[in-house]
Design a protein around this ligand. Sequence first.
Ligand SMILES: [Fe+2]
Length: 338
Amino acid sequence: MALLKPNFTPSFNITRISHIVLTSIDLDASQYFYETGLGLEVTFRDSNSLCLRAIEETSHHSLVFYKVQSNKTSTCRSIGYRVQTNDDLQKAYDYFSERGDNVKFVDRAFQGLTLQVTDGVSVPLEFCAEMEQSTCRMQNFHHHAGGKLAFFDHIQIATPDVAEAYQWYSDLGFRLSEYTAADGTDEMWGIWLKRKNNTQDVVFSNGAGPQLHHFAYHTPEIANVIHAADVMASLGLAGSMDRAPGRHGIGNAFFIYFRDPDGHRVEIFTSHYNFIDVDHAPKRWDLSDTTRSQLWGFPAPKKWFYEATTFEAVPVTPPTMAAAPVTLEDFLAKDSEE
Ligand SMILES: [Fe+2]
């Protein structure tokens, strides 16, 4: 599909991605991983739930876990976005109702009025304008630990229908900053969509889905990304590293990926860039250009491409586009042949 014209006057004002709600079979293990390991702050904990946030966040939570029984699969329950005001929530309710979507107001702990709906590719969403506020740890430097995570930045979702996701989110004012398309065509394989200042709030990539591929926290220094790996190793959690540090071509992120005790994938990264001006054109990448995912030429392992978190009670559909990624296993096999 051709590039869509940005919608600068959407029906309601989404300001940014805000939080993610996951499930865990062992809240103690989750807390150890995210608080002791990566350095997030615990803002609430009881026998059923765990709320965390990063250094610069004054809002109550950006990461929420609910406990599930050990015989259940850990899932993602919803993706949270902020809107500007409660008036925007009413406008959102009207917008989705008019479309015939199943939209309703729900109660969420520590959040103001919250609206629940499902997006065009079956991802469960919630929108709120307000959340309980308290002083963050930004200038409590003695509490900065682990990866020194500053703020929740983006998520990536695998979907068999990237074109539908592009249309649905463009209608709501999301802008395309970068994209991958099949060589010589406008067939979108991956789209980087943004509302806030930088390159992405949400990424959709072709794959079996909908599934949550990862969520990501920003840290201001490359040294922090490396230090996170050292801390995880010294805690005996080195095996949680899912993809070694490197730099993405797309978005310019210096990254590392971990899998938490439930298998949810979390990225710690730095060095995105601003994408604000109306005349800043989206950057195109050919699908065959492997530097989009690994600028240094060292591919991700197979599990990084194919393992993901399902959304609760949402069936997974196979991808429609056939495009096998180059994996670390392919890379090493080729190397041993030479
Ligand atoms: Fe990411």
